[in-house]
Design a protein around this ligand. Structure first.
Ligand code: F6P
Length: 547
């Protein structure tokens, strides 16, 4: 436990003193004053390149930010995580998603047990099962190869596999169509079932706890639908489960041979590396799934070994902390300039906001600064034609993470140049802006009258000075994707250490779940109406009247 609040630390106080002046800095000036700003504020690791030079920081700010990371104990907490200490204090659990991607030779003994053996035993089972399904030797109950895979899960049991399958669509097996059903809204299941054939569909029920209402309801619906077309004996060819809750899987009626276990030290939002990644391995094959793990492991090694001042996750975290704390940025926009990373912003929402959307420290005291920003975004260039207006000229300053691959996996070279040009142009525009003087010059060159120019100047001026990071990779492939996800995992971890929150629990999701159970019972008439507030009572009455 950290004994002193964040704002009492010496590095924080030095940063706080620097901040009023830093708020006046102009990125244009910082670039003009230092021709080496780009090489000085970039770092390579695990196939990724990070340019953080377009942030309102200088060498002194960085030094203090790194000092703060050291003072808050990032290195010791990082090492404790990798060692398997029970750093998730409110659930008394270790946090070992990093062990899932470590090579077999890196044995890790936790509570007297070599967990590396368990991990690799499950990986072997995943390899053999996915090989069979992909080769067409795993047959449906009428003897036909599998053509469709429906992953039933929600939160981390959906977002990771779905995001990765989309991102690696170039590597997907041509016979296997992937479907993801997460929402308790029956339209989600309805849409998936309307597209698949019970003879050739494999359902993966993915749930760490195997108690999540949405997943259990969806799994029961899928089972009932399947049994309209086949007998109980056929279930074993079409239903597999991934969970830590072996008893619940058995109770659901899934063949124990079709279970892929994982462990309580894998958090839901960190579970794509575990058997929760089964749909990924089915889609891209075990070899590419291993490459995904290898990329993440390379980032883990960098995070463990690189000095803090050259450590990519630490730098990304500390610059983000600076923007949040001292520039007052309440949100972070993620802009992948890669269509296949379409779901990456949604994935990061859970990773970051479920981890660090906390208001008390590990010791239960209020955190004395703002914590996690709202994370959101969409692919470039689409976002440019929607919300970038606000990012350029709105009243809030929203930092942006641009993510792009230098080489495409398609043959349309002109598209790729246009894409990268837009990505780099946006980060330049956010940094430079356009001054009143520049706007006047432009309008004068267009031949506008003095009055017209003055009327338009405020509307056409861009304040600029808006921070961004750019993350580049050569190609988006399993290895670089693994490294990218691990980069953001460790960034989230570091910020959690700075705020001294427990980044690994998620109690904030519980209250709504409990209330929903009671209201559902009222809606279905299995419980007497409770006295809610007049709004909730009114809404319940409307829903009942509509039945
Ligand atoms: O309700 C939140 C949550 O617990 C997430 O943390 C988790 O990823 C998701 O629900 C799904 O949980 P499970 O895998 O246990 O079904």
């Amino acid at each position: 436990m950290l004994n002193s609040p964040l704002t009492a630390s010496a590095s924080y106080q030095a940063l706080d003193q620097l901040a009023p002046a830093a708020r006046q800095w102009q990125l244009r000036d910082l670039f003009a004053a230092d021709a080496n700003r780009f090489p000085g504020m970039t770092v390579d690791a695990a196939g990724l390149f990070l340019d953080y030079s377009k942030n309102r920081i200088d060498a002194r700010t960085l030094e203090l930010l790194i000092g703060l990371a050291r003072e808050r104990g990032v290195e010791a907490r990082r090492d404790a995580m990798f060692r398997g200490e029970r750093i998730n204090l409110t659930e008394n659990r270790a946090v070992l998603h990093t062990a899932l991607r470590a090579p077999r030779s890196e044995a890790l003994v936790v509570d007297g047990k070599n967990i590396s053996d368990d991990i690799h035993a499950v990986l072997e089972r995943m390899r053999s099962f996915t090989d069979d399904v992909r080769a067409g030797t795993w047959l449906g109950h009428t003897g036909k190869p599998i053509t469709d895979i429906v992953n039933i899960g929600i939160g981390g049991s959906d977002l990771g596999p779905k995001m990765v399958c989309l991102a690696l669509r170039q590597y997907a097996h041509p016979r296997l169509a992937m479907h993801f059903v997460s929402n308790v809204d029956g339209h989600d299941m309805d849409a998936a079932l309307s597209r698949v054939n019970p003879e050739t569909t494999l359902f993966i029920v993915a749930s760490k706890t195997f108690t999540t209402t949405e997943t259990m309801m969806n799994a029961q619906t899928a089972r009932a639908w399947f049994l309209q077309h086949a007998s109980e004996d056929a279930l074993a060819r079409h239903f597999v489960a991934v969970s830590t809750n072996v008893d619940a899987i058995k109770a659901f009626g899934i063949d124990p041979a079709n279970m892929f276990p994982f462990w309580d030290w894998v958090g839901g939002r960190y579970s794509v590396w575990s058997a929760i990644g089964l749909s990924v391995a089915l889609s891209v094959g075990y070899g590419y799934f291993s490459d995904l793990l290898a990329g993440a492991h390379a980032m883990d090694t960098h995070f463990k070994e690189a000095p803090l001042a050259q450590n990519m996750p630490v730098l990304l975290a500390m610059v983000g902390f600076w923007n949040r704390q001292f520039l007052g940025c309440g949100s972070l926009s993620i802009a992948p300039y890669h269509q296949d990373l379409n779901r990456f912003p949604a994935y990061l929402q859970q990773l970051d906001m479920e981890s660090n959307g906390k208001r008390v420290t590990r010791g239960g005291e209020p955190v004395d600064t703002p914590t996690c920003p709202v994370v959101w975004g969409d692919c470039g260039t689409n976002g440019q034609h929607a919300y970038f207006q606000l990012l350029h000229q709105g009243t809030d300053i929203t930092p942006i993470d641009f993510i792009a691959a230098l080489r495409p996996a398609h043959e349309y070279a002109n598209h790729h140049s246009a894409l990268l040009a837009n990505c780099f142009a946006q980060s330049e525009a956010f940094m430079r802006g356009k001054t009143e003087y520049e706007v006047r010059q432009d309008l004068r060159a267009q031949g506008l009258s003095g009055d017209e120019i003055e009327r338009l100047v405020p509307h056409k001026t861009f304040p600029g000075n808006r921070p961004s990071n750019t993350i580049l990779m050569e190609y988006l492939n399993p290895y670089t994707l693994g490294a990218l996800i691990a980069l953001y995992e460790h960034k989230t971890f570091v910020q959690g250490v700075i705020w001294d929150v427990n980044s690994f629990d998620q109690w904030g999701v519980e209250l709504g779940k409990v209330l929903a159970k009671q209201i559902e019972a009222e809606l279905t008439g299995t419980a007497r109406p409770e006295q809610h507030d007049s709004s909730t009572n009114g809404l319940i009455q409307m829903a009942k009247a509509a039945v």
